[in-house]
Write a protein that binds this ligand. Structure first.
Ligand SMILES: Nc1ncnc2c1ncn2[C@@H]1O[C@H](COP(=O)(O)OP(=O)(O)OP(=O)(O)O)[C@@H](O)[C@H]1O
Ligand SMILES: [Mg+2]
Length: 356
């Protein structure tokens, strides 16, 4: 566990011992980003980089040539089914596992060769973590803060800040066993925030949480991202993370099948050839006849009094042509949009190899 390996090297130095780290201060406006730290030579490198990371367990290839880069403030959703290699990848970044080959770099420095550079800069929350049952919430945090070399008043102030950030102030004197699952997950996050890491590695932080607690967890991650922290967060469910992530990686059987910006994923979601059209309800029947006469409309897929769905032949037509023909036909066009795939559909397409 990272927290146990601190106290060595420069682990304690990274946290200002005289004041609470500025990046831990909650912004008044979570959408407003703090100014990034002044660029230095090392900070110009990607904050996190994987180059051909490969991990073999005997004959099993758990990770296969995984490469990507993340910048400061990126929230990277690592999505994949059970056994895809998510935890393996996160453990390599956390310096707990050595790759068979390939390298990982934080701020341009090789994590594998120089774990003592990496460790104070990262906070790792494993999928399962122990909670030292006999301790109260603040004692639990004090224990870990001490392990990070945070002392005296700074330690107390830092604990207060992380409790506030994770909304656990009212629980600070409660035993950790009295916390609900969602609160325990937030305490896990509070713990990895103590030393103000620039990179947070969160292995399924929302697993086992109810819908409300999942929303709260997402809000918390969004706040941390707005503070400039780079976050790698894994999940089985693409739709769960896409609204807070700046980048997503879809991984299966150790291979990164897709890695890119969420907007690009949205473009991929567009079906391209299925269009939803809505006109006034009393015009729908007439609209269907009209659509059949428009060049490039291949099929009418379904209709109800509110919506007509058509398939167009993309090679023969363009969308503005269809829209202008509808308007030229005297219809009141109320809705016209290219249908999107659900994220689940897209995920299945990726993992079946249907998307290149
Ligand atoms: N210590 C190990 N020894 C042998 N095989 C392992 C070991 N750890 C993981 N594996 C195998 O490596 C593959 C990837 O496992 P990993 O735990 O990284 O997947 P995951 O994506 O985190 O899955 P989950 O969603 O279930 O947590 C799996 O096939 C797993 O069985
Ligand atoms: Mg896992």
């Amino acid at each position: 566990m990272i927290s146990e390996s601190t106290g060595t090297g420069d682990a304690g130095k990274d946290v200002g011992l005289t004041e609470v780290p500025t990046t831990l201060r909650r912004n008044q406006d979570p959408k407003k980003k703090e100014k990034p730290a002044k660029a230095t030579l090392t900070h110009e490198a990607p904050l996190l980089e994987a180059r051909n990371l490969t991990k073999k367990y005997n004959n099993l290839i758990a990770l296969k040539e995984v490469s990507f880069e993340l910048g400061r403030g990126d929230i990277f959703g690592l999505i994949g089914p059970n056994g895809a290699g998510k935890s393996t990848l996160i453990k390599i970044f956390a310096t707990l596992l050595k790759p068979t080959y390939g390298i990982a770099l934080i701020e341009g420095k090789n994590i594998i060769q120089d774990p003592y550079y990496a460790r104070p800069r990262l906070g790792y929350m494993p999928d399962f973590f122990g909670l030292y049952e006999e301790l109260a919430v603040s004692e639990y945090l004090r224990f870990f803060a001490s392990a990070y070399g945070i002392k005296g008043k700074t330690r107390e102030r830092t604990i207060d800040y992380v409790l506030e950030l994770t909304d656990l102030v009212v629980k600070k004197d409660e035993p950790v066993t009295a916390l609900s699952r969602g609160m325990q997950q937030r305490l896990g996050l509070a713990r990895v925030l103590l030393h103000d890491p620039v990179l947070m590695l969160l292995d399924e932080p929302a697993s086992g949480l109810d819908p409300r607690a999942r929303v709260e967890m997402k809000e918390l991650l969004r706040t941390l991202g707005s503070m400039g922290k780079t976050i790698v967060v894994s999940s089985h469910i693409l739709s769960e993370l896409q609204e807070i992530c700046t980048k997503v990686g879809i991984i299966e059987k150790g291979e990164l099948l897709y890695c890119g910006k969420v907007e690009e994923l949205r473009n991929l979601k567009r079906r391209g050839d299925v269009i939803q059209i809505r006109v006034n309800a009393d015009e729908t029947v007439k609209l269907k006849d009209h659509l059949r006469r428009i060049r490039g409309v291949a099929d009418i897929l379904s209709d109800d009094e509110n919506m007509v769905r058509i398939r167009v032949d993309e090679a023969q037509t363009n969308l503005s042509h269809v829209a202008s023909e509808i308007i030229a036909g005297g219809f009141s066009l109320r809705h016209f949009c290219v249908e999107e795939m659900s994220l689940e559909e897209l995920f299945l397409k990726f993992t079946r190899g249907d998307v290149q």
